[in-house]
Design a protein around this ligand. Structure first.
Ligand SMILES: [Zn+2]
Ligand SMILES: [Zn+2]
Length: 418
């Protein structure tokens, strides 16, 4: 069995791996670097017969439209992932156009991708050849996110992005019972502690409530998928009293979450939280809500474009706002420069922001404990630490080697055979 590493190697972004077992070649994920003009993973040297996509985030799915252009692969994913990919890709094309840029994917390619995507449920064994099969397991990361178990000449488990610890939306990842020969594991938070979710939620709810009581309009930049829904649920269940407005792509994503209740821990609680918020429908309403104390939830989560970037500038002019970031901010993104240097960039123009800014550490990724538990549980012969900063991947692999595992942090373009 051979594993080829095409992306997400010592970086977060453009996930892609090829498994070649007795000449059946298939690919795990097909991602892009979202903030780097959709730079795709390395091309596989030989064509693959199928592609399994773990979830809708574009660092795992953004290169799928391209993948069908040159060879007739089929692609598998979960049911909710299909409409979510659709929405994300269309939205990226739209935003690029508004900014006067073009993405390296076309609508025609998106259409052809839609025809080739086959939806599957979790926990169903799907044959690939007479001697091999795969099965998807709930990853507990976002709606429809999956981990992949491949059973063939050897068994390989790929976590995609996962989270075992529960959140408002998901009960936590599930795993196969047997041990595996190889494990490809995400390492986003391998070396970074995550504060307890309960404490994060309470601190966040308290901060939002006191800012509203000071008469501020609180902007909460959120990823449209997952974080938006989680934040709505936290605000409701922690009893925050404020007018809550929802703008941007999160509105569409809410509908998709609503369509797949069995993929959620508590769909009724989410529906109740969504019903407690109001959806922003036009410009007149936008003009009005920035002048009132309350909450505005909008994308993007890192303030890279989207309605959140317009809101922050408007609130800055008016001087009565506050900003609560709700997740990891990549080095150099607007959320990061806002926190460290007090400015954001919009279409090349630097804007100094004079509003109070806080970061609340919500995460949909495995905690350091989740990662170590997964390795222990699956007892792999080989471990490949991927999807993390180079130092994190290296340190995680080193720690596992010290415990007796054959662990490494592979580089893109390399392959292993065993
Ligand atoms: Zn993800
Ligand atoms: Zn990812």
């Amino acid at each position: 069995l051979r594993i080829e590493f095409l992306g997400a190697c010592r970086e977060v972004g453009r996930s892609a791996f090829v498994i070649d077992d007795n000449d059946y070649r298939f690919q795990l994920d097909s991602g892009v670097k979202v903030h780097d003009h959709f730079e795709a993973h390395q091309e596989p040297k030989n064509p693959v017969k199928s592609i399994i996509t773990t979830h809708a985030h574009l660092d795992h799915s953004g290169a799928l439209p391209k993948s069908f252009k040159h060879h007739p692969a089929i692609a598998f994913t979960t049911f909710p992932t299909i409409p979510l990919i659709d929405l994300l890709v269309e939205d990226s094309i739209k935003i690029a156009r508004q900014e006067g840029k073009t993405l390296p994917i076309s609508r025609a390619e998106v259409k052809s991708m839609q025809k080739n995507l086959i939806p599957l449920p979790y926990n169903k064994r799907v044959p690939l050849t007479k001697k091999s099969e795969f099965e998807l397991f709930d990853a507990g990361h976002i709606l429809g996110s999956a981990q992949v178990m491949y059973r063939g000449g050897k068994n390989v488990f790929y976590t995609g992005d996962f989270r075992s610890s529960p959140s408002r939306l998901h009960a936590g990842a599930s795993f196969p019972k047997e041990s595996v020969d190889a494990l490809i594991i995400e390492s986003s938070y391998a070396m970074r502690a995550q504060p307890k979710r309960d404490e994060v939620e309470q601190r966040f709810a308290d901060a939002v409530q006191s800012a509203v009581e000071e008469g501020r309009t609180v902007l909460i930049p959120c990823f449209a998928i997952g974080r938006t829904q989680e934040v709505l649920m936290v605000l409701k269940s922690r009893g925050v009293k404020a007018n809550i407005h929802l703008d941007g792509m999160g509105r569409e994503v809410n509908k998709i979450y609503h369509d797949y209740p069995t993929y959620l821990k508590n769909a009724e609680a989410l529906t109740a939280a969504i019903e407690d918020s109001t959806t922003v429908i036009d410009r007149a309403e936008r003009k009005k809500i920035v002048k009132e104390p309350g909450v505005i939830i909008a994308g993007s989560g890192m303030l890279e474009g989207g309605t959140a970037l317009s809101y922050i500038q408007k609130l800055n002019e008016l001087g009565k706002g506050a900003v609560m970031l709700t997740g990891f901010q990549v080095n150099g993104c607007n959320g990061d420069t806002l926190l460290r240097q007090g400015f954001v960039k919009d279409r090349g123009k630097t804007v100094k922001i004079k509003l109070p800014v806080q970061l609340h550490n919500f995460s949909a990724h495995a905690t350091p404990e989740d990662l170590r538990d997964a390795v222990k549980r699956l007892g792999p012969e080989k471990v490949f630490c991927v999807h993390g900063e180079p130092e994190g991947c290296d340190a995680f692999a080193k720690e596992l080697r010290e415990q007796g595992f054959d662990a490494s942090a592979p580089r893109a373009g390399t392959a292993v055979e065993f």
